[in-house]
Ligand binder design. Structure first.
Ligand SMILES: [Zn+2]
Length: 207
């Protein structure tokens, strides 16, 4: 099923009010923010030393560390000097983390018409219905008893329904389930199971 990629740094101000299931005009927009994973390089943490940190126990690292040692010492001395010079700041302000450079979340909007607003509910009802059906089959099989000739087929039917029911429901959900946020990367959130009529109606190219 086609995917719709939303970009963190290029959020759509007013997403097209088109149902993501049938492509008809949408009446509801489920808007939320999806947290993106942080930069593994620690870009968001701010600050950082000017001298690159050297780690490792090989000779090259040791040599580089030795070369950089005066810089490290100089940095430490300069930091102490800076600290001594700066007036004592309000501790509340001092402990406040620096604000991120850009929003760390991606805006996600799932649009739906009246008919498809609660699309995922049909799977809940189907699951509950299946559960009741399987329960009834077992109840009937146990009620007729082992002596009845109908016991064998009923037991078989109950067993098959117990095993196949959840598999069929899972497959149906995977292939034709509701629109979900499938993946979140550093800069994008990818919606899965957006139906083709949405792309036709909005003119967004199908990926
Ligand atoms: Zn719809």
């Amino acid at each position: 099923m086609p995917e719709l990629t939303l970009h963190r740094l290029r959020p759509i101000a007013s997403p097209p009010m088109v149902c993501m299931y049938c492509g008809r005009p949408a009446a509801h927009a489920d808007e939320r923010w999806v947290p993106n994973p942080r930069d593994p390089k620690g870009k968001d943490t701010g600050g950082g030393a000017d001298v690159p940190a050297v780690s490792g126990d090989d000779p090259v690292s040791a040599a580089v560390g030795l070369v950089l040692l005066p810089f490290v010492v100089w940095e430490a001395v300069a930091a102490v000097a800076r600290y001594a010079r700066t007036p004592k700041a309000n501790p509340e302000v001092a402990t406040k983390p620096p604000p991120p450079l850009d929003p760390p979340h991606t805006k996600v909007v799932i649009t739906a018409c009246d008919r498809h607003r609660h699309f995922s509910r049909r799977f809940v009802w189907a699951g509950l219905g299946g559960l009741v059906l399987v329960g009834l089959l077992w109840a009937v099989a146990l009620r007729v008893g082992v002596d009845s000739p109908a016991f064998g087929p009923l037991l078989g039917l109950a067993l098959v329904a117990s095993i196949a029911g959840p598999i069929v429901l899972s497959l149906w959900y995977c292939l034709a389930g509701p629109v979900i946020v499938d993946r979140v990367t550093q800069d994008t959130a990818v919606l899965d199971r957006v139906r083709l009529p949405y792309f036709d109606a909005t003119g967004i190219p199908v990926p």
